[in-house]
Design a protein around this ligand. Structure first.
Ligand code: CP3
Length: 343
């Protein structure tokens, strides 16, 4: 039995003593303890070595006191397992030297046997579960098919991902073939994460907001829907599609237990769109963690009151920034833990 199951109970819609809190990208560069490991090993070496991945996963639980661990890994391990070369260039981000652009390129990707290709992730999950020793739940994750297609086609990060969009708009059949292959891989991948011990899974659609509401349904949501449906009987799922607030209602209808929201939407509007049957997660502006601590405390309090009691998980509206002081991250978490609702 988990000692702290606030996140699980909140996602199930049960009453809790207080609001659970964790931070997207909490295992990472704002922690000096992470930098020590980062300076010794390459990025994918850290992901592929269960002992290192487990140690990094545990850091924010031990140092910041969050209510959930999220596995240290990356969404890009999936395109890697499908056959694409992925590298991470320091201070530049992901690079895929041979992206997918034509029909002939499809021959270079396949739906892998996840146990064979991504076994190191499941080993890391087992190790984390052992080391957590039931203190808090473990969140597994994967990228949404649309966000992964963005990198698989564009070959690198981008503000607009216009190459990826052009690929969809000029070769829709090809795009849907790739999206379905990623979806099939992701379903098997997340099921194996759950089998290894993940208590919750989150789907990151970081670039969902680049699409119009109609295209979001066509190129993203229909695939997310398949993933959530496939996992529904096995695990609680959180869907985070940054910027896709227009589709909160449709995302709530997928059967997900929670929806991540960014800071560009008012909590009351998000609740109205998503309805009352789902938990909301978010939505502190990650850059606000650079403000002085008293401002953080004040604004977190305002956020908590705006979301109100129940069916709410406190988090950032996107990943924590590397230049956030550890004391500020801790102030964010502590303010949530100490909050008392008036009603
Ligand atoms: O949340 C966590 O702490 C768990 C680990 C995690 C990482 N990446 C580790 C990482 C998670 C959940 C991710 C998800 C991820 N990766 C997303 C979706 C979430 C989001 O932030 O939008 C995306 C789009 C990626 C792809 C990716 N990986 C990018 C764009 C970059 C470079 C830019 C950046 O944010 O650093 C990475 C590298 C990466 N993944 C780092 C970490 C800690 C930093 C590199 C390093 O520490 O060497």
């Amino acid at each position: 039995m988990l000692q702290n199951d606030l996140l699980l109970r909140t996602l199930r819609g049960e009453a809790t003593e207080r609001v659970p809190v964790w931070m997207m990208r909490q295992a990472g560069r704002y922690l000096p303890e992470y930098m020590v490991i980062k300076n010794k090993y390459g990025f994918f070496e850290r992901c592929q070595t269960p002992e290192l991945a487990a140690e990094i996963t545990l850091q924010p639980v031990d140092i910041i006191g969050v209510d959930a661990a999220i596995l240290f890994s990356d969404i890009l391990v999936v395109p890697q397992a499908m056959g694409l070369e992925v590298e991470l260039i320091e201070s530049k981000g992901p690079n895929l030297p041979n992206p997918i652009q034509t029909k002939a390129d499809l021959a270079r990707i396949h739906v892998p046997n996840v146990e064979e290709q991504l076994g190191y992730v499941f080993e890391a999950i087992k190790l984390v579960k052992k080391e957590l020793n039931n203190r808090v739940p473990l969140i597994g994750f994967a990228g949404a098919p649309w966000t992964l297609l963005c990198y698989m086609v564009e070959g690198k990060g981008s503000k607009t991902f216009d190459k990826a969009k052009a690929f969809c708009y000029t070769q829709p059949e090809l795009a849907h073939t790739v999206l379905q292959m990623v979806t099939d891989t992701t379903i098997a991948y997340l099921k194996a994460q759950v089998k290894a011990g993940a208590d919750v899974v989150q789907i990151f659609d970081s670039w969902g907001g680049l699409l119009s509401p109609h295209d979001f349904e066509t190129y993203s949501l229909q695939y997310i829907r398949q993933i959530v449906a496939a996992l529904k009987d096995e695990v609680l799922t959180i869907v985070f599609a940054k910027g896709a607030w227009h589709s909160l209602n449709a995302m709530a209808a997928t059967g997900a237990a929670g929806l991540g929201i960014d800071w560009c939407i008012k909590p009351s509007v998000a609740r109205e769109l998503a309805g009352n049957q789902i938990s909301l997660q978010g939505n502190f502006d990650p850059a606000k963690l650079l403000a002085p601590i008293p401002i953080i405390q004040q604004e977190v309090t305002t956020m908590l009151n705006a979301f109100g009691k129940g069916r709410y998980v406190a988090n950032l509206g996107h990943g924590i920034l590397p230049n956030v002081p550890v004391a500020h991250a801790k102030a964010f978490v502590d303010t949530v833990k100490q909050h008392v609702f008036n009603v």
